[in-house]
Design a binder for this molecule. Structure first.
Ligand code: PEP
Length: 257
């Protein structure tokens, strides 16, 4: 059984003080939630502090990016080893904003994914088509290229590879207030799982697939109610304690009804 996973992507929001304020309330709001992994990915400047504040809570720590080398002359970069040492468990790789604004291509994403897995971090690999690609019915083609671009010829045993998390994030749905429908997202999640089956039959059933793009507490169940969708990557709705806790409680209550 795949455990549900809800991940907050704070992007470039919250100073360390604001992050601390969030952590004064949020753990209390989700106390008693079980059966759902809850992850927060703050900016790098709040990682160490959140690692401390998350002690004795059920929350886990994620990073929004990393370099693929363990160390070296890469000014301004953060390595997977550095993340691992401070208690980071997950790392978002290949977010569409990094592809768009920082030139990340499939080759870079391949290196980052491999490095994360090798260092014992769980990559949350983001995949998604833009509106033009959807309009011209190229969604599957684009996703296949992104998925195999990131994972092909990856020199790892399936045991390590099955830790990976995929996040289907249609670019047109991110931060727009216009999510995909539950059916659209489920169709793509099913397609991604079928691609995994083609190449790595043993791991396809274990890999968690998230949906991301304008998810909130009102619409989350449309996605998590689908058989191939195991949770969500949440941007805007993760910034306020009450809205993020409300979203998580909605998923928790689904499991109980
Ligand atoms: C994201 O950036 O990963 C995301 C899903 O953002 P939002 O929830 O704001 O659409």
């Amino acid at each position: 059984m795949r455990e549900k996973l809800i991940v907050a992507n704070w992007k470039m929001n919250k100073t360390p003080l604001e992050a601390e304020e969030f952590m004064q309330h949020f753990p209390k709001e989700v106390k008693g939630i079980s059966g759902i992994e809850m992850v927060i990915c703050p900016p790098f400047t709040s990682l160490v502090q959140l690692a401390t504040l998350m002690r004795d809570t059920a929350l886990m720590l994620g990073a929004q990016n990393m370099h693929w080398e363990k160390e070296g002359a890469y000014t301004g970069e953060i390595s997977p080893l550095m993340l691992k040492e401070i208690g980071v468990k997950y790392v978002i790789i290949g977010h569409s904003e990094r592809r768009k604004y920082f030139g990340e291509n499939n080759a870079i994403i391949h290196k980052k994914t491999t490095a994360a897995l090798n260092c014992g971090l769980i990559p949350i690999l983001c995949l998604g088509e833009n509106s033009e690609e959807r309009r011209s019915k190229e969604t599957e083609k684009v996703l296949k290229k992104q998925l195999f671009g990131a994972l092909d010829e990856i020199d790892l045993e399936e045991e390590k590879l099955c830790n990976i998390v995929l996040a289907y994030e249609p670019v047109w749905a991110i931060g727009t207030g216009t999510p995909a429908s539950g059916d659209e997202a489920a169709e793509v999640a099913g397609y991604l799982r079928s691609l995994l089956k083609e190449k790595w039959s043993a791991l396809a059933g274990n890999v968690r697939i998230l949906y991301g793009g304008s998810v909130n507490r009102e619409n989350i169940s449309e996605f998590t109610g689908k058989k191939d969708i195991d949770g969500a990557l949440v941007g805007g709705s993760s910034l306020k304690e009450s809205s993020f806790a409300g979203l998580i409680k909605a998923v928790f209550n689904e499991g109980r009804s």
